[in-house]
Design a protein around this ligand. Sequence first.
Ligand SMILES: [Zn+2]
Length: 457
Amino acid sequence: MEVDEFDDFAIPEEDLAKMDLPNPVATVVKDVPEKKPAPRLELSDGTFLDHLRIYYYSLFPFKLFQRWLRYDGVQKNYFLFRELSFTLASDAYLRFQSFKDEEELKQEIWRLCPVKIDIGAVYNSKPKDRKSVKPAAFQPQERELVFDIDMTDYDEIRTCCSGASICLKCWDFMTISIKVLDSILREDFGFKHLLWVFSGRRGVHCWVCDESARKLPAEARRAIVSFIEVVKGGEQQSRKVNLPNHLHVSLLRSLRIVDAYFNKSILEKQAPLDDRSRWSKILQLIPDEGIRNTLDARWAKDGGWSSRDRWGDLETEIAEATSKKASKRGGLHNVARDIKFQYTYPRLDDHVTTGLNHLLKAPFCIHPKTGNVCVPIDPADCENFNPLTVPKLDDLVRQIDEFNAANPDSVGVPDYAKTSLKPHVERFEKFVNALSEEQREKLRAQRTREDRMTNAQ
Ligand SMILES: [Zn+2]
């Protein structure tokens, strides 16, 4: 898999040892503001970093960000013991940063202006003091269960774009993946607090924030990944899905989702059977040379067929062959179903999910190459999410300026509410409020239990 240097990463220990942590940046970031309340910044026609600084002063939702990661003080030091890491404009990585509260975090981000913020695990002591404690006293304890789906893993099956490029046609792969994975996590595992986030360029992240998810040990995370994974095998392996005849209830539900999208999103938009170079990729998944040759010859002759026509022909041909008893072997009668899975089912970067201390880019970062904000996505409405029109850094800065010019008397309007970031911050707020509400419920129930026990004594 191609790795985007601005997406998730884990730095090898030997590289970390070479880094002059914790203070390598004073010489890197020039012109850093002193630790004091945010000054009013004047807009300039400036650079990415100028605008990024304005974004951190005026728009980044620090309060919600800290409320989220504090989880209503579910445990003392839950925020303080959390690793955050910063990538600076110089490419320096600062891992194992930690902060006591929103104010300290804000001051440091204002000072450093990181081009990327990553979130790691909650440790059993302060990440920034890790060198002063014994190794056993610095181990990752908890973290959200996270998933990373990247469009580059779809390059072998998408026909419209490749590499870092995306368009609305191939974004359907992400839409289907969100629908399938969201439904598995909620219905098969019972998780409720799922934060889906656009990675800023060509993928999506999912943060499962339920307490039971945060406490999962690494083995349980591996077990969840192997339960979910259906598309398996590297570049050399063409048939990557080989499911049993009778599907587990979870896969039957996924198949219903896949079926709802396959015709439009795959056959029409990706047109994977429109010419021989494309259809040969699908034909090689059929484990019967006779059928492959028959279809190839017929499709080469009937040049006017669409991918939908040819898919219908493929299904008919396979159904006819499998109605003859002798052809039922070799998984032939499930091949059309398995191809559908191969062309739609989520392709996970499993290291991100299984590694408890793996870093993942924080929501509301700005992607340094696209300028896009990594905004939350509503899974129930993800088919209407458009990655090409998400708020961009430069636009947001301009929108604040325009609002202020058009409303010179407005006071008390927070800057995010002057921009297209507003609905995205509100979505995040709703998510954080739901977590808070559940935590309060738990505390109320606990108090009631304790009261009962006291009264019974
Ligand atoms: Zn595309």
